[in-house]
Structures are given as structure tokens and as C-alpha cells.
Ligand binder design. Structure first.
Ligand code: PBG
Length: 331
């Protein structure tokens, strides 16, 4: 540590004595530029459905999602991430809805890119919203197949790029997916499509409300521990990041967020690449639950939670709180 004067010549509180000096010496800050807003989509028109385990977040029909995106774009938001709540009848074991050019996310992407061209659109590459077995990969005899899944993911990614998605986010944790997707993009001349890999994605208990939101909770058999990372591991996360960067990822992501801030910091210090965190559904739900009981101050807790990601070295955060954060920043 640097040599510091001893008390009383050094008084740390001097630098905290007024708002202006606290602001002047603030080490990290938050702005609208740090945010990606995840939106859940449903079929239909003029529809908005509450999600019980994500109070304050709704599933929106495409028209409503476009309208909401436009409003947020006008307030400075740079990017949305779209997730489909696929009708159960379209979920199959072979997951072909994932590469249907007219599935919910592809349709919505085309419309957003037309109506709000300046807004970035990010799409998840993974099979779980389309899989009748709820897994991110193809399943055979209770095993999640790696290499067969890569072909499916590559078809899914290509349709998403054709629809106009700016960022593809492989969130499936199959081995070799980034290389496969990047080579498919290159072969098809999608040179500018970005990949933000969910590289350090942990087998977490914090994804529950998301699985409710996309209708995967009831159908998921078993868990995702054969492909997502063991929460006990840090070196393994670093190896996954290194591999995804070598395979052609432009940006990497840690997921969940707050329980894994040590991983964010390690990634930033080790690789110095654009690093993102996903403040996942369970993290959102915890803050909402405590706040609605009056146990914590909602707005202050939201802002503090987001600032923790910046302090840990993240460039940006995917968060369901994006609209509230923008309200708070504007206040
Ligand atoms: C799908 C996916 C998940 C999330 C984002 N993409 C869930 C999972 O892996 O089960 C979780 C996001 C959240 O909890 O908010 N591969």
C-alpha cells in the first residue's frame, strides 16, 4: 500500500465532508451508456403480461416492446436484449423454432432495427426457450449433446444475424460454440456482427424467475451442471474466457452478477477486454422482494448494486432495472 500519513495528519473523513468533494474524488460512476435492457416477448398485439416472480417486469407483445424500446432509446439507452416466451406448442426436442426467421426475437429485431435504427439489439444464442426439455442444448438419453448442438446454434445465430441482430450472445455453454458461430458469420459475410459471449456462466440458483418468464421452469429436467460452471470455481472461469476470446468473442460476460464480482475483476485485470455482467432475474427479485417489504430503500439499493459492477471493472451491465436506473439518473 502507498505510504499514508498517520492520524491525525491524515483524516479520511476530510475527503467525505461535503457532497462536492465526494463527487470530485469518486472513482467510478454510472451512466445510461453502461446499460443493456433485457425484454421478454410474447405473441399477439397490444399485450403486456405480468411475471409473478419478477414484479415490475412484463412480457410484451412485439408492438409494445418496440414502443418501449423507442422510449428508452430517446432517453439515451444504447442496447436491448430480447428473450422469447415461446408458445409451448412450438417447443420441440429438435428446437427448430430457434432458427425460424419468423420466431419472436427475429421478427422483433427486424421491426426494432427499422423503427429505431440507432438502438443496438442483442439476442441470446441458446436452445432453452425453444426446447421442450428446457435445456440449452439438444438432449439424447438424458445427455446434453455438445457437437450436435453446435450445428443448431450456428443455424440459430445465422438467422439472428440475417434479422439484423447487432450482438449475438451465446449463453449455452457448449464447448466450441464461439468458434462455430464466428466461422458461420464469416462464411456468410456478417463481418460486423458482434459476439458477447456468456463465457463465465455459472450453474446458479439465481435464474429461477427468468425460467418462469420464458416458460422453461416446469419443463426443465434435471439441472445445467454438465455445461454451466461450478460456482466454486474461479480459474475455470478464466479458462472459459480465454477460450472464447481465442475463438472470436468481442466481449465477454459474467453471469450471475453480484455473487461473482471477483470474477469480473479478475477478467478485467487479466485480459483488459470489454467485460459485462448480467444482473440476473434472481438478483432483481431479491432486491424487489426486500424493497417491497420495506426492508431496504429500493432506488438506493438498485443504484448501489449497479455501481458495484463498475467498481469490479465491468464496462456494462445487463439489468431489468434499466428503466428505473435511467429515471434515477435523470432525477
Ligand atoms: C438461457 C439464459 C438464461 C438466462 C439468460 N439466458 C437461463 C439459464 O441459463 O437457465 C438467465 C437470465 C436471468 O436469470 O435473468 N440460456
Amino acid at each position: 500500500m502507498l505510504a499514508l500519513a498517520d492520524f491525525p495528519y491524515r483524516r479520511a473523513r476530510r475527503m467525505r465532508s461535503n457532497k462536492w468533494i465526494r463527487d470530485l474524488t469518486e472513482e467510478t460512476s454510472l451512466s445510461v451508456n453502461d446499460l443493456i435492457w433485457p425484454i421478454f416477448l410474447i405473441e399477439g398485439n397490444d399485450k403486456s403480461e405480468n411475471i409473478q416472480s419478477l414484479p415490475g417486469v412484463s412480457r410484451l407483445s412485439i408492438d409494445k416492446a418496440v414502443e418501449a424500446s423507442k422510449i428508452m432509446f430517446d432517453r439515451g439507452l444504447g442496447c436491448v436484449a430480447l428473450f422469447p416466451s415461446t408458445p409451448p406448442k412450438l417447443k420441440t426436442e429438435s428446437c427448430e423454432e430457434a432458427w425460424n426467421p419468423n420466431n419472436l426475437v427475429n421478427k422483433a429485431t427486424r421491426i426494432i432495427k427499422k423503427e429505431v435504427p440507432g438502438l443496438g439489439v442483442m439476442l441470446d444464442v441458446a436452445l432453452d426457450p425453444y426446447n421442450s426439455l428446457g435445456h440449452d442444448g439438444l438432449v439424447k438419453d438424458n445427455k446434453i449433446l455438445n457437437d450436435e448442438t453446435l450445428d443448431a446454434l450456428s443455424k440459430q445465430a445465422l438467422t439472428q444475424a440475417i434479422s439484423g441482430a447487432d450482438i449475438l450472445g451465446p449463453s449455452d455453454m457448449m464447448d466450441g460454440r464461439v468458434a462455430k458461430i464466428r466461422s458461420t458469420l464469416e462464411k456468410n459475410n456478417f463481418k460486423d456482427t458482434m459476439i458477447m459471449s456468456y463465457s463465465a456462466k455459472f450453474a446458479s440458483s439465481f435464474y429461477g424467475p427468468f425460467r418462469d418468464a420464458v416458460g422453461a421452469s416446469g419443463i426443465l429436467k434435471g439441472d445445467k451442471k454438465t455445461y454451466q460452471i461450478n460456482p466454486a470455481n474461479s480459474n475455470e472461469a478464466i479458462r472459459e474466457i480465454a477460450a472464447d476470446l481465442r475463438e472470436g468473442a468481442d466481449m465477454v460476460m459474467v453471469k450471475p452478477g453480484m455473487p461473482y464480482l471477483d470474477i469480473c475483476r479478475r477478467i478485467k485485470d487479466t485480459f483488459g477486454v470489454p467485460t459485462f455482467a448480467y444482473q440476473v432475474s434472481g438478483e432483481y427479485a431479491m432486491i424487489e422482494a426486500a424493497a417491497s417489504n420495506g426492508w431496504i430503500d429500493r432506488e438506493a439499493a438498485i443504484m448501489e448494486s449497479i455501481l458495484s459492477f463498475k467498481r469490479a471493472g465491468c464496462d456494462g451491465i445487463l439489468t431489468y432495472f434499466a428503466p428505473q436506473i435511467i429515471n434515477n439518473l435523470e432525477a
